[in-house]
Every structure is written in C-alpha cells, then in structure tokens.
Design a protein around this ligand. Structure first.
Ligand code: NAD
Length: 350
C-alpha cells in the first residue's frame, strides 16, 4: 500500500510502498478516504516547536520516531476486522479517534486517553492516515458515520475535538465575552461550537481578513485583524472597558499570549491550545491578584468525539474544507498550509 512518510524533519515526505497490515484480535483495518492536514502535522514535519528564549523543543525528545506516516484526522471504510471484533464489519463508514493512550495511566483509567502519560496517538507516535490504509489498534476507537461524508467527518477527530475541549475548558456563560485567537482549522470550528454551546459574545482575532470573514459567517459577533488594529484596545472597547472573560488561543505564540493576558479581565480564563510556541515574561503576582486561570487544553476525549459527530450529523457544526489533494501531492498540501493559503482545512484523498 502507498503511504506518505516523514523520513527526516524538514525534508520532503516520501511516497513509498509499505506492507498492508493484517488486523488481528480487536484491531481494524481502515481504507482511508479522507485525511485532514492539521497544523500539528507541520510542526511534526518541522521536527518540533519554538521553546523559550530561541530554543527548540524537538518532537524526537518527546518520543516521536521517524520514519513516520503522519495524519490524525482520518475517516474511511472498514476493510477488515480482527477475529474478536463484534458490532462492526467491512463496509462500515467510520471516523477514527486517534488520541490513543496506554490504557493504564490514571488519565486513561478515567477516559482521558488524550492526556495519557505514555501517549500512542495515531499519526504522531504510530503510523497515521497519510496512507491508503490504516491499522487501528482497537475497533473501540471507531465512530460510525451515518449521513456525514468521510471528508466532512475527518477533521472532527482533531480540529473539532480540540476546539470542543477548549470551549468546555473556557467555561464561558451566555452573559460573558469570549475571545478566540486564530481563525484557522481549529478556530473556525471553535467559533461554531462557542456559538451553539455558549451563545456568549464572540470576538475573533486573526491576521488574515479572508479567515476573519469566514469566522463572521460562522457566528462571530466581532472580528479584529491584529495586523491593522490593536487587539487589546479593540477587545476593551467591545467589552465596556472590562476585557474578555475568557480567551481561547489557537495560536499560542509569544506575541498572542502577551496580548491575551492584557485583554483578559479580572477572574478571566486563558486557554492556550496552539503550538506555535515561544515564551513570555509574566509578572507572577498578577495571577493571584487578578485571580486569572491558565488552562492548557490538548485534543479531547473519545466520548466527546461521539458528541461532536452527533452535532455534525444534525448540522449544528460543519468542518470547512477549502482544498483537496491526492496522496502524491502531500508536500504541496503542507507547503500551502505553511504559507497560510488554506481556509479551514485541506483534505488528502489517498
Ligand atoms: P491553521 O494553520 O489552520 O490556522 C492558524 C490560524 O492562526 C490562521 O488563521 C492564521 O492566520 C492565524 N494566525 C497565525 N499567527 C497569528 C497571530 N500572530 N495572531 C493571530 N492569528 C494568527 O492551524 P490549526 O490547524 O488551526 O492549528 C492551530 C495551532 O493549534 C497549531 O499550532 C496546531 O499545531 C495546534 N493544535 C493544537 C492542538 C491541541 O490539542 N492543543 C490540537 C491541534 C492543533
């Protein structure tokens, strides 16, 4: 079978032939129909994240091993299941939950596999969906699709799920003001979820007018281009001088977080999600004196993915797909994402 693999960070992915896996026990083999191209795949390809004071956090130091087939937003058709699988058969259309843990750590034991001590996520620590077929370690990680097409479902597994957890972590009320930083793949689902779940006042900040216009269409009350406007001043003006009750930062870079903290009101919650990285200087007494909370949010739980698929099946939220690529065009897809040319998500159709 064909797979697009990162052999070495920063070098073009290689399309290569690898052995098609044979599912055993509880495993399932999926014929990949759609694989979303997440900005996290770019970080993986670049080999890591910006750390503090110009340093670099290497993914290999966090347990990632190359060569690797990336891709963690995967939907497809069950090709074959292992002998112990019941309730799922070949031909079923499914979305894959990729945030797999070791099953035994304290987080896994209570269903939070996404924050496992020894993560085994597909497309990060194990081969993922930039391939014709994907071996899923257990059929329990598959969510059956009804009306949703595979390509409409794929991005729910990361951009949708991560945005859903972030909105929950922000714990926002209808009377409050929520700022969303970054109207990319994550942010554009985040806006829809915030609109339908919280109905709060939603202000979206980005550098790109095209993405901001899309955010407005999807439910943002106000949009702010931080390239042409001071985002702190804009948010203060839109909140009677008080500031935001919560900020979800889908960029999470030095430049955005320093502004987030300024635009946050007393008792505010900051939810950093993005992995653009960097560092900031923070006066420590401001945390207790202003009673602010900083809540890191990483992907989401399997039970939340079932909720999300239901919301998408009912038409409450939708994934925004602006471009499609063949597996052979994977490097082009990543380059275009890096250049900021993708509105919402690009999908690879192997
Ligand atoms: P994307 O490339 O689709 O979107 C990024 C958006 O941020 C774009 O609209 C871009 O214009 C905007 N942006 C960039 N710099 C900005 C700045 N300084 N100020 C305002 N806006 C800015 O990316 P994505 O797929 O939505 O992912 C966003 C980030 O979230 C990435 O770093 C990704 O790796 C990370 N991520 C985190 C998790 C998690 O669980 N924490 C999960 C998935 C992705």
């Amino acid at each position: 079978m064909k797979a697009a693999r990162i052999i070495k960070p920063k070098e073009p992915l290689i399309i290569t032939d690898i052995q098609k896996p044979e599912p055993k026990g509880m495993q399932a083999l999926i014929k990949v129909i759609a694989s979303g191209v997440c900005h996290s795949d770019l970080h993986l390809w670049e080999g890591g994240y910006a750390g503090a004071a110009g340093s670099f956090i290497r993914v290999e130091d966090r347990g990632v091993k190359f060569p690797l087939t990336p891709g963690h937003e995967i939907a497809g058709i069950v090709e074959k299941v292992g002998e112990d699988v019941n309730g799922l058969r070949s031909g079923d259309r499914v979305l894959v939950y990729p945030w797999i843990g070791d099953g035994l750590c304290p987080a896994c034991r209570v269903g939070s596999e996404n924050i496992c001590d020894n993560p085994r996520s597909l497309g990060v620590y194990q081969n993922g969906g930039y391939a014709e077929y994907l071996l899923v370690p257990s059929a329990k990680y598959l969510v059956k699709l009804d009306k949703l097409k595979e390509e409409e479902a794929a991005s729910l597994a990361c951009s949708g799920l991560t945005a859903y957890s972030a909105v929950k972590n922000a714990n926002i009320k209808p009377s409050e003001a929520l700022v969303i930083v970054g109207a990319g793949g994550l942010g554009l689902i985040g806006v829809q979820l915030a609109r339908s779940i919280t109905n709060s006042k939603i202000i979206v900040i980005d550098l790109d007018d095209k993405k901001l216009m899309e955010a407005k269409k999807l439910g943002a009350d106000y949009i702010v281009n931080s390239k042409s406007e001071d985002p702190v001043k804009a948010v203060k003006e839109l909140t009677n001088g008080l500031g935001a009750d919560a900020v979800i930062d889908f960029v999470n870079a030095s430049s955005t977080v320093s502004k987030d903290l300024e635009m946050l009101r007393k008792r505010g919650r900051l939810v950093p999600v993005g992995l653009f990285g960097g560092s900031i200087e923070l006066p420590l007494v401001s945390i207790p004196l202003r009673a602010i909370k900083i809540i890191g949010s990483y992907t989401g739980r399997l039970d939340d993915l079932f909720d999300l698929v239901t919301l998408a099946e009912r038409g409450v939220i939708k994934t925004i797909i602006s471009k499609r690529f063949l597996l052979d065009e994977v490097n082009k897809a990543l380059e275009e994402l890096k250049e900021g040319k993708i509105v919402g998500r690009a999908i690879i159709n192997p």
